[in-house]
Design a binder for this molecule. Structure first.
Ligand code: RM4
Ligand code: MN
Ligand code: MN
Length: 407
């Protein structure tokens, strides 16, 4: 190896290590439980039964990967009536994790048939707002900074409701929620083009989420769920614009072929994930390497893959792509761009994408006493088999009979 190559690879390793040091990704409690499609559920004996199991699984993922210290929770699914937030915090700590984003649920109750914040009935809107206020209070109790809002709201048929009125109802309800935030809390507003509303979704794209977040107040930001875009959409451009407007609050990571498929990250298009991370590194480079405060979160439901394996696979892919994208030399890129050297500019990205960063990631893991390959380590640990035995017995004792039925 020439002296030059050695020097280059040294500084490359440093870039990767620095990127890995600041990379953390939140796993979702619902990714550990039995979830399904609209048509059916395929049960896994090791699937989490309750929040305790989910926290244990999240703890195992963090123990093996070293970069998943928090868990997103869905209030209705994880905090049944009467549950004690202080006890949940203690339980999480016991498993070496903390409670991350709080996800209110205003789409499941019967009253939400015609929507929540957009519902034509003021009483239903108020109930939805109240649930969000309860979630904001809960977030304070469990030490969470993030309240992450996703709405199933919309209409299914032309003429069903007044689109402009729904927009205004949303703006008003979001403002009320924002008024109740503590100083260090952030309200994330997620968008999705369709499903379950098929004619018109109230927050259908990043522009609508941006306008609503802006009108809600300074602590509201946009959440980009990578699966919530039309097929040809340039997601990294959306990311770049939101960054430039300082309106990017966080991500829900997953991959998709069609729509909200919730496939594991990078399974279909790893280059897109790389390009998204590239925009973030580029922004950080221009702003004195001060990475903006963006919540990296996973939003995946694993129906077929074993849940813990799918989660760890996702985390490893995310780490790898974040590391690769940290290799882009932004100063050199700016020179190519100014010269209009399209090919050289593109090759900088392509070369970073195809660089094998495994050795440096393994070195990073070893320095922290983590296994070289967290996925292999999970398989060798016997954790899943043990969980399957214990949870199958507990399920039987509780009289839980899993049903996969759609109707
Ligand atoms: C939605 C959206 C939300 C998630 C729900 C369950 O499609 O991605 O973030 O909480 O699914
Ligand atoms: Mn999501
Ligand atoms: Mn989704």
């Amino acid at each position: 190896m020439s002296h030059d190559t050695e020097r280059r690879s040294d500084s490359q390793s440093e870039r990767i290590l620095a990127a890995l040091n600041r990379f953390q990704i939140e796993t979702p409690s619902w990714g550990y439980a039995d979830t399904g499609t609209r048509f059916g559920k395929f049960h896994q004996p090791a699937a989490a039964i309750d929040l305790g199991d989910k926290l244990a699984d999240a703890g195992q993922v963090h123990r093996l990967t070293g970069c998943c210290p928090s868990v997103a929770v869905h209030v209705l699914w994880d905090f049944p009536a009467g549950s004690d937030p202080a006890e949940v915090v203690r339980q999480a700590a016991q498993h070496g994790v903390s409670i991350g984003s709080i996800n209110p649920n205003v789409f499941q109750d019967q009253q939400y048939k015609l929507g929540s914040f957009g519902n034509p009935d003021a009483a239903v809107r108020q109930a939805a707002v109240q649930h969000c206020l309860d979630c904001i209070a809960l977030a304070q109790q469990v030490g969470s900074r993030l309240i992450s809002l996703w709405f199933a709201d919309g209409t299914n048929y032309p003429g069903q409701d007044n689109i402009r009125a729904r927009k205004r109802r949303f703006a008003e309800a979001l403002r009320e929620a924002h008024q109740n935030l503590a100083a260090d809390q952030t309200l994330l507003v997620e968008y999705k083009p369709f499903e379950p509303a098929f004619y018109q979704t109230d927050i259908a794209d990043w522009g609508m989420a941006y306008l609503l977040a802006k009108s809600a107040g300074p602590q509201a930001k946009v959440l980009v769920d990578t699966g919530h875009h039309y097929l040809a959409q340039n997601v990294e451009q959306i990311v770049a614009w939101l960054l430039d407007e300082q309106m990017l609050g966080g991500f829900h990571f997953n991959d998709r072929r069609y729509a909200d498929d919730d496939l594991t990250l990078g399974s279909i298009d790893p280059y897109q994930v790389f390009r998204i991370f590239h925009e973030i590194h580029g922004y950080a480079f221009e702003h004195g390497r001060d990475c903006p405060n963006i919540a990296f979160m996973i939003d995946q439901s694993h129906n077929l893959k074993p849940k813990l394996e799918a989660m760890i696979q996702t985390v490893m892919v995310a780490q790898e792509l974040y590391a690769k994208s940290a290799l882009v030399d932004h100063a050199a890129l700016a020179v190519h761009q100014a010269r209009g050297d399209i090919v050289a500019a593109e090759r900088l990205l392509q070369r970073a994408f195809t660089t094998d960063v495994t050795d440096v990631i393994v070195a990073w893991r070893r320095a922290r006493g983590l296994p070289d390959d967290p996925l292999e380590a999970l398989r060798a640990s016997g954790y899943v088999e043990q969980a399957a035995r214990e949870r199958s017995e507990r399920r039987a004792a509780l009289g839980i009979v899993p049903s996969g039925s759609y109707a």
